[in-house]
Design a protein around this ligand. Sequence first.
Ligand code: ADP
Length: 361
Amino acid sequence: MNKACLPWFGLDIGGTLVKLVYFEPCNSQLNCEGQEKVGLEAMQDFIKSNIHYGENGTRDEVLAIKNVVLGGREGHLHFIRFPTDVIENFLVIAKELHASVLNNKVCATGGGAFKFEKDFREVLGVQLVKYDELECLIHGIHFINSCCVHEFYYWNNLHCLEKSEKVPYDFTNDSYPYIVVNIGSGVSILSVESAEKFSRISGTSLGGGTFLGLCCLLTGCESFEEALSMAEDGDSTKVDKLVRDIYGGDYTKFGLPGDLVASSFGKMNCEENRSLVSNKDLARAMLVTITNNIGSIARMCAVNQKIGRVVFVGNFLRKNTIAMKLLSYAMDYWSKGTLKALFLKHEGYFGACGALLELMT
Ligand code: ADP
């Protein structure tokens, strides 16, 4: 059994969200007594008796994984997130729960593991042991896939996106090679040859943070959830200039269909068009613009590397069916069916999970 002190956490402190994975050992495996046991039980009760923590913390209950074996112990994995902006509040709560008395070392990844290292030490008395975020991401993907049934899926029926549905994809027996596109605040693209051999091949600063930031600016919305729900009811073709707006139909010589976006936001130079669009249309156009741009870069990377499977992760995809279907369609259409877009249930939690695994080494 792994000797690391309980409780076991993995932390990924990103540019927008902090992701925390908590391993809850089965009670019979607590292996401690007295004050330590009381403290652990109090922390466990706090985590499990809430789904929301304060105004901004959330436990994604549907993502919990039961009966996982980690470091020789059996237990359950819980997944929690909160905005990086309120990390001070998290430190206060963790202090009240005497987290540092129980375990004064926490494995952490993400840029915030560097930025907030001093705060963890001074406020909480906890030492952050830092690990590389892309290594944690890949290790996390493989670990979660090994303990969660149907972690991978794809979208079918791409010729009729309204009818497109999720279909489980078995990744376990034929894992390599693949491309990973991590869409967080920004985007990183990796080429993965094996669990230990991978490299960052590209990226773009136009990511989930750009979608949310520009949506807030353009529409006055105040959250990711609000931006997505506006986008769901919006019509991006009132905002974007399509091939048919320029050609009156398809651009047949080069096989460009009339409903293809020729210029994102290209109708918004005209006062009359501006007066006809709603905030919902703008939100939809923002979502389509950012998603198509990421899809296009991801496709070029896959073609360059001669790799057929592109795995999209990161919290930009959280509850974001529109983006997932668009990415699936774009991969399939532009590659004439040779590229496949894959998605994972635990979207943004792989880095935190990879950090948790480091405790076991
Ligand atoms: P990072 O590690 O850079 O914080 P994440 O993978 O956590 O990246 O993704 C952050 C992105 O996820 C945001 O830019 C936004 O597009 C999206 N997102 C999803 N849920 C939320 C949320 N509740 N609050 C803010 N952004 C969210």
